[in-house]
Design a protein around this ligand. Sequence first.
Ligand SMILES: Cc1ncc(COP(=O)(O)O)c(C=O)c1O
Length: 387
Amino acid sequence: MWSSQRAANVPGSVFSLMDAAKSRALGRGLNIIDLSIGSSDLHPPQAVLEALWEAVLDPATYRYPLFSDTAPLRDAAASYMQRRFGVRLNADTELLPLIGAQEGLAHLLLAVTDPGDTLLLPDPCYPPYWGAAAVAGLNVVTLPLLPENGFLPDLNGVNLEVRPRVLLLNYPNNPTSAVADLQFFQQAAVWCRAHGVLLIHDHPYADLTFGDYRAPSALQTGLSGVVELHSLSKTHHMGGFRVGFAAGDARAIAALARVKGATDFHPYLGIQRAAALALSLPHEVGRAGADVFQTRRDALVPALRNIGWEVQLPEASMYAWARVPGLTDSVQFAVQAAEQIGVLVSPGRAFGARGEGFVRFALVQPPEVLQNAADRLGRFSEGHSGR
Ligand SMILES: Cc1ncc(COP(=O)(O)O)c(C=O)c1O
């Protein structure tokens, strides 16, 4: 009673198991290294914090924000998209602020589908995708992301009898940290347009890229039939602020605005001001954070290879996705690693069936701590029973 079928359909999270394992490890007095959650440990740029501070003291920010109040953030998002990707957007009709990309995706699915429609979902993927699909009552058809295909889906292998309505992609990818080039998005967009499928690209790691690598935008393939979700959580380290934006096809953006009109009033005005400022900062400001993650990547990946784990060198994102030789139960492995050696990683299974055999590391600790985690895991996995 008092739970809908819809609520019951939302899958439980493996992360609560991990949380319980962490509490047990703390209870045993273990020194914990938590690499399980992809929440940046860096701080937002100082100017962004100052903008928020000023806004908090400005009574004009205390009321409900209306659509017209979101114009400065929409304008800032439009110039960011133009500057960064060469994508021209109408800030009135092709952009909408979000209370984070996760909120945006859940509402977007409600806005552009009807119950029973088919969603093409990569497996593995960011776990809330499964829940958002369940809330929207969608029929999920998974697209395996396999290492041999560079963790890109094979769209030509999709059985069109499932009558797909939406394809959801995410590159740079969570959890695999794989990247996709513009040609891949062009092929995906052509495929989607040919089959009447809306392409949603979740792009929170757009600027969390390493070295010379630059991630493209799916909107570089055109706006019709494409919506992209951007976030301030990763590059700007503003995860707790809950702010992002949706950009693309004006019909889908209008539908999203309608659904959101029933559920929220846009982000707090002060957060909008801070986000608008963040989006207008020079690219180099974001690079500084990305360089920190790159240094961590360069510490962890060789350390994992040293203990015999297979891991590619990510070009972007804040993760390393490692295949553990012989691993068949990643959940048991991760829980036991937490309890016995105090190292928390995300079990690959938490991201979908195709994630089994892998674990995901979030690069949210300094290099020496990451190396220490790899050393502990090397010793632990030698004697681990779940492999
Ligand atoms: C692929 C993906 N999408 C969305 C999000 C959440 O973004 P936001 O904080 O903007 O809701 C994350 C966070 O880890 C993510 O990895």
